[in-house]
Design a protein around this ligand. Structure first.
Ligand code: CP
Length: 290
């Protein structure tokens, strides 16, 4: 079993992964007793996804191998396929991969026999992030149906936005996007941020991904903050029960004001905590699949 995109999962599957993640959060124990090995292969920088997959594996009694691309034979030109095949050959039971190339996994499907779990593919998808976002929303509201979310920022370059837009709509949420028009994703439900803000149940902010484009943003960071940044003035216009989310890393005082990161309505660090539990549920699923 591989996990590349949530498109491959029914809404029943999604809810059952979230159920198990909540059970892990409540103390459910699964112990592979050191007999399973998970390799983490991150070809792009990561803090949250890498180290919460590592912690999830540890919590399940697995051992991990954390691949360091900078000191590996990638530097000698070894391909992704040959690298993953190596980890399969030495007896790893699952591989978590983040890679800058969208759909990188197409080079691996059908050729690698152990489970592959994506930690994000370029601007494509980020399934485990989306699941931790869903877990955080379900914990907060108890359901998805009819909730209004606005995702604000660099939509077109965001694998988080792409994963969330699809699955949140499928789960019955009203999904809107906003931000600079140069970052708009064609076909998405674009709205003016200040118009939707007082109606939204969830404000999800995204980082401008300068590393994926050069000079595409026409605004200075100050202008961005003034037009799209979540500051106290905008927080005051939010619904009383509305929450603030961000996949992080965040640019303080660009898409979110410094004093809003940990304000009462922010669930940003709760998202990170939930990341371990959804990744435990994902690893348990792939490692238990015969
Ligand atoms: N949210 C997220 O994917 O963070 P990292 O890039 O630090 O893994």
């Amino acid at each position: 079993m591989n996990i590349f995109t949530l498109n491959d999962f029914s809404t029943t599957d999604i809810n059952s992964i979230l159920d198990e993640a909540e059970e892990f959060k409540a103390g459910k124990k699964v112990d592979f007793k050191g007999k399973k090995v998970v390799a983490n292969l991150f070809f792009e920088p990561s803090t949250r996804t890498h180290y919460s997959f590592d912690k999830a594996a540890y919590n399940l009694g697995c051992r991990t191998q954390n691949f360091d691309t900078t000191n590996s034979s990638i530097q000698k030109g070894e391909t992704l396929y040959d690298t993953v095949k190596f980890f399969e050959s030495i007896g790893c039971d699952a591989v978590v991969i983040r890679h800058p190339k969208e759909n990188y996994y197409q080079d691996l499907v059908g050729k690698i026999k152990i489970p592959l779990v994506s930690g994000g593919d370029g601007t494509g998808n980020h399934p485990s992030q989306s699941l931790l976002d869903l877990m955080t929303i379900r914990e907060e509201f108890g359901h998805f149906d009819g909730l209004k979310i606005v995702i604000v920022g660099d939509i077109v370059h965001s694998r988080v936005a792409h994963s969330n837009y699809e699955i949140m709509k499928r789960l019955g949420m009203e999904v809107y996007t906003s931000g600079p028009r140069e970052f708009e994703e064609p076909g998405y439900n674009y709205v003016d941020f200040d118009t939707i803000l007082p109606e939204a149940d969830i404000i999800m902010l995204l980082r401008v991904q300068h590393e994926r484009h050069h000079d595409l943003m026409k605004l200075t960071t100050d202008e961005y903050h003034r037009l799209y940044g979540l500051n106290q003035e905008r927080v005051n216009k939010m619904k009383e029960r509305a929450i603030i989310m961000h996949p992080a890393p965040f640019n303080r005082n660009v898409e979110i004001a410094d004093d809003i990161v940990e304000c009462k309505q922010s669930r940003i660090f709760k998202q990170m905590a939930n990341g371990v539990f959804v990744r435990m549920a994902l690893l348990n699923r792939v490692l238990s699949d015969d």
